[in-house]
Design a protein around this ligand. Sequence first.
Ligand SMILES: Nc1ncnc2c1ncn2[C@@H]1O[C@H](COP(=O)(O)OP(=O)(O)OP(=O)(O)O)[C@@H](O)[C@H]1O
Length: 277
Amino acid sequence: MTVTAASTSTTTSSPVTSGPTPGALVTVRDLQVSYGAGPLVLDGVDLDLYPGETVALLGSSGSGKSTLMRCLTGFAPISSGTVQVSGHELTSLRRSRLRDLRASVGQVFQQFNLVGRLSVLTNVLTGALHRAGPINAVGGFTSADRRRAMELLDRVGIAHKATVQARTLSGGQQQRVAIARALMQRPQVVLADEPVASLDPKMSHAVLDLLRQIAREDGIPVLVSLHVLPLALEHSDRIVGLRHGRMLVSAPTADLDADRLEVLYADGTEEADGAHR
Ligand SMILES: Nc1ncnc2c1ncn2[C@@H]1O[C@H](COP(=O)(O)OP(=O)(O)OP(=O)(O)O)[C@@H](O)[C@H]1O
């Protein structure tokens, strides 16, 4: 795993960096975001994501985790700063190029976002549409697409459910299907926004194991937001943490423990206090 010099210790302010870091697939610099005329919800955020690493994104409710993820797909109102994905500056891309770039970012969500009445296999196949565009949907999927979708279902351990409706699966099984769908895009990076928030502890470990395995085997970065510190400490190579929109922690997981991460939750809001333990 590669880490930046700025990420080798817990920081109390944003690391001072400029330009893309060699080897990073995602580089965010001095990012500021506000919704409408509201206050800054991200303020001076820097982030690098490297091939093969799993990075846990922590922070109390409202600290800006989802907004940061949205920035990586061009769906957040960026006020200033830069976001580079695979060497492309996202903030200056035309719409068609932005669509291409989004296709290279696989996403996994808390609520799985499957189409419940469609088969598991078809749900995975829809991942191919991100790259091919909607026109391909008219012509249907190719046999190569189907073969790949079955291989991915096998990889996530759920090929035996390929023909059943997605809504008949358990939460953990549905999240595996969602991961297979994201992989169908042949992503260069995977963003998982609270992927285990709806799962029981056993399933949570299994899904996070799977995501980390994918990062390593495919050599892509996986950024996963979590609310439970022990899960982050067990299933990540590096932890970054937001508090009130500022990146307060950026360090290898091996250098961190729950006490050092408390800084993210001091003065926390809503369910943050205590819920992360
Ligand atoms: N579409 C929006 N319009 C206006 N404000 C928004 C919007 N989305 C998020 N916010 C605000 O931005 C801030 C950060 O929200 P965000 O959802 O990124 O936090 P989060 O860390 O992901 O929270 P949670 O852990 O609860 O999901 C919050 O104050 C939130 O109210």
